[in-house]
Design a protein around this ligand. Structure first.
Ligand code: ZN
Length: 342
């Protein structure tokens, strides 16, 4: 029976099987090619769906089994971006990365994930969610030699994302989420064009739209950054009032084990809130009681129908066993809270 309160979901990624690529590694290259790769990815989607369903996740995803990276795998399929040449660029204002170069007008020549979403839809009876990169985060993962303007490039990506998202929604997906970790870094840009381009990407969708904003995976660059953020992380305080006024339906945020003051959720009145109750930066499995405590704290600011227990971020860097146990803890924690509400 689907739940009407505290419907559990995940941010996006899950670990991939060892035969598909080397585990516990970001950007891990594929171990298969051509038709074998496609078949392997579909088998992996079947496995992560089974894991999520058995663990009691209500709104399931493909676990991002068909992409190496949440931003670049999308950009790779677009015209106008040259992956043969790369530049070193500081990304998220935090670390240097080798990024591809925008050399011409960016264009989506063909659907990117639409086949994947059709396959996802055909393999489960549950509600489904699919993730796409957000326009501002895409801009922050490229060197731009053509537009020479972050707002202009973001607007171009927003149109492309909207075309893709409309086709994904038509395939029967219930929630389309745009990942915007850059929203936690460039506050003036969020205000200037980030919200507008995000809304443009989600324009006219017949399904729910969501945005995920987090403090990232447990890589050293992120943990060092978090240490420098002080005793209270108040970044959301800048963006939540803008998102509250936006047309985006759901906001996904990081809570458990973070220094985010939980009362910032109050700034999202009226929105669905995806509360991160699982830490993705540690192999330690949360107890159901810990999950319940996070959800109960959030319940002071959001109604149970609008609270969606979730992970803090993607789980791709974890081992499969740990990720599965964390999913089980998430639904067990949600069940404790549901029972106390009944
Ligand atoms: Zn995240």
């Amino acid at each position: 029976m689907p739940h009407d309160k505290l419907q559990t979901t995940i941010t996006g990624s899950l670990p991939k099987p060892v035969w598909l690529c080397e585990p516990q590694k970001l950007w891990s290259p594929w171990r298969l090619e051509g038709d074998a790769l496609l078949e392997g990815q579909q088998d992996a989607v079947r496995l992560v769906l089974q894991d999520q369903e058995r663990a009691g996740i209500d709104i399931v995803s493909d676990g991002e089994q068909t992409r190496r990276h949440f931003v670049t795998t999308f950009i790779e399929r677009l015209a106008g971006v040259d992956f043969q040449q790369t530049r070193t660029m500081r990304i998220r204002d935090r670390y240097d990365a080798q990024v591809p170069v925008v050399t011409g007008r960016v264009e989506r020549k063909a659907p990117i994930y639409v086949e994947t979403t059709r396959f996802l839809r055909s393999q489960t009876q549950r509600k489904t969610k699919f993730t796409l990169p957000g326009p501002m985060t895409m801009v922050d993962t490229l060197y731009d030699e053509y537009y020479r303007s972050r707002p202009k490039l973001a607007a171009a990506f927003a149109w492309i994302l909207n075309a893709e998202a409309r086709e994904i929604a038509a395939a029967g997906i219930d929630v389309i989420q745009f990942d915007e970790p850059a929203f936690n870094v460039f506050f003036d840009e969020v205000r200037a064009y980030g919200i507008d381009t995000l809304e443009q990407a989600a324009e006219g969708l017949p399904c729910k739209s969501a945005v995920h904003i987090c403090y990232g995976y447990g890589i050293k660059q992120n943990t060092d950054w978090k240490k420098a953020l002080g005793s209270e992380w108040r970044q959301y305080e800048q963006t939540f009032p803008l998102l509250q006024k936006s047309k985006i339906d759901q906001i996904s945020l990081e809570c458990h084990n973070s220094k985010v003051p939980i009362e910032l959720i109050d700034l999202l009145k009226g929105k669905d809130v995806l509360v991160g109750a699982i830490d993705v930066t540690t192999e330690q499995i949360e107890t159901p009681e810990e999950v319940a405590a996070t959800l109960n704290a959030a319940l002071r600011y959001v109604q149970p129908e609008k609270l969606f227990p979730c992970t803090n971020c993607g789980m791709v860097p974890l081992s499969r066993t740990v990720a599965l146990e964390k999913l089980k803890a998430l639904s067990a924690g949600a069940a404790i809270v549901r029972q106390s509400l009944a």
